[in-house]
Ligand binder design. Structure first.
Ligand SMILES: [Mn+2]
Length: 409
């Protein structure tokens, strides 16, 4: 075919297409074309007699490469209207329903190779330093924290005084055994004994049935707590080269009248009983014990192997659904205000008051709520519907942070 014949042939083909194209104007707003707006666009088809099976030709007609652009499948809209069409040139036109389609356009995502995860896994595993479990003894020093929390001695609930004394008299041996177990892997050179508050029940001013439910008066409660603390501290002093004794005041340690504290923050039984312990131990042969007794601060903090550990009872935090969350928010406020020395910079905060183990770790800081010495009793279970798992919180602290958490019971 020469050039003239080719031109004529193309013209005939074009006329043929034109002759069979449906004849009608699309409704207003449905003019065929493309609107492209930077990263997305809209395509409107010419008048069609059936839905497009494949949009590639329609895209090509508008100069869009189907490898780069695609129709967003679930955005296709259409309109229908009456029109005329011929099946072949020269044939009679007949009335029919015609359509225009409109759809959103977008750029196709660049095709990326699927990562070979099996190969990646093998490669990363192979490049790891050899960290097989080292069963050899490590000579690194670490501290053991023993958090004495919510004894509520004298409270008649959940077995009362006898159950509390059973748990207290077991505690010195449990601590010594824990130190022995830990020494199997690394030495414990220092025990931090922390009174977390509410060690005494008090007698009145906290809930209406308290005077009825309490088995011991304050002097008797103090006697039990004092003896237990002396036992625990002297056992610790015999077990490790160094002991630190510290404490925080709890709400049950407050002196109350008509349900309200009527003396200062410093006047707290939880701190007073530790003051007595200090005076007793200072007369004892155990010279390896140091003391950190607060005056009127409700939080104390101690440095340990690069960590700052803060202790507070927890009743000053606004109650929330989750105990650790309540303490976390209280800690955040105190970090802003820096009211208690050390608390803002602490990386571990230990609290009591909530009678169940609860931990929150975030932003390289950890809040740990201690369980109570004995389970919560009827007073709590009747309203909350739950029991608690009792015990005494222990954990080690070294240059890597806290570890070896165990609840002794
Ligand atoms: Mn409390």
């Amino acid at each position: 075919m020469n050039a003239e014949e080719a031109r004529k042939h193309l013209l005939d083909l074009q006329n043929e297409v034109e002759a069979t194209r449906p004849k009608v104007e699309a409704p207003s707003g449905w003019a065929p074309g493309v609107i492209w707006e930077g990263t997305k666009g809209t395509i409107t088809t010419p008048t069609l007699s059936e839905p497009p099976k494949d949009w590639s030709d329609l895209l090509r007609e508008r100069g869009l490469d189907p490898d780069l652009y695609e129709v967003v499948g679930d955005t296709i809209r259409w309109t229908s209207y009456d029109g005329w069409r011929k099946d072949a040139p020269g044939e009679e036109a007949y009335s029919c329903i015609l359509y225009s389609f409109k759809a959103e356009l977008r750029l196709r995502r660049p095709k990326t190779e699927d990562p070979d995860l099996v190969e990646l896994y093998k490669e990363v595993k192979k490049s790891r330093p050899n960290k097989s479990i080292n069963t050899n003894r490590i000579e690194e020093e670490r501290d053991l924290i023993v958090a004495l929390s919510d004894w509520q001695i004298g409270n008649g609930d959940a077995g009362g005084t006898r159950t509390q004394i059973e748990a207290l008299t077991a505690l010195p041996d449990l601590i010594a055994d824990r130190v022995k177990q830990l020494k199997g892997t690394a030495p414990v050179n220092h025990i931090i004994i922390a009174g977390m508050g509410d060690l005494l029940e008090g007698t009145c001013g906290f809930y209406p049935s308290q005077p009825f439910l309490t088995e011991l008066d304050r002097r008797q409660q103090t006697r039990v707590a004092r003896r237990a603390l002396v036992d625990i501290a002297t056992t610790a002093a015999k077990t490790t080269p160094k002991v630190t004794v510290t404490c925080a005041g709890g709400n049950h340690g407050e002196h109350r009248q008509n349900g309200k504290r009527h003396t200062g923050f410093a006047d707290n039984d939880d701190v007073a009983v530790f003051e007595q312990l200090t005076e007793i131990l200072q007369q004892s042969p155990h010279t390896n014990i140091q003391y950190r007794i607060p005056t009127d601060q409700m939080a104390v903090s101690i440095h340990s192997h690069g960590n700052i550990i803060a202790f507070t009872h927890g009743h000053l935090a606004k109650p929330q659904k989750n105990a650790a969350e309540a303490l976390w928010n209280w800690w955040k406020d105190h970090t802003m205000g820096r009211y208690y020395p050390g608390l803002a910079d602490a990386n571990i905060l230990i609290a009591g008051h909530f009678h169940h183990l609860n931990i929150k770790q975030q932003e390289h800081r950890t809040v740990i709520i201690c369980p109570s010495l004995t389970p919560v009793g009827d007073w709590y279970s009747n309203q909350a519907g739950v029991q608690t798992v009792p015990g005494t919180l222990t954990l080690t602290v070294d240059h890597t942070g806290w570890n070896n958490l165990q609840v002794l019971k």
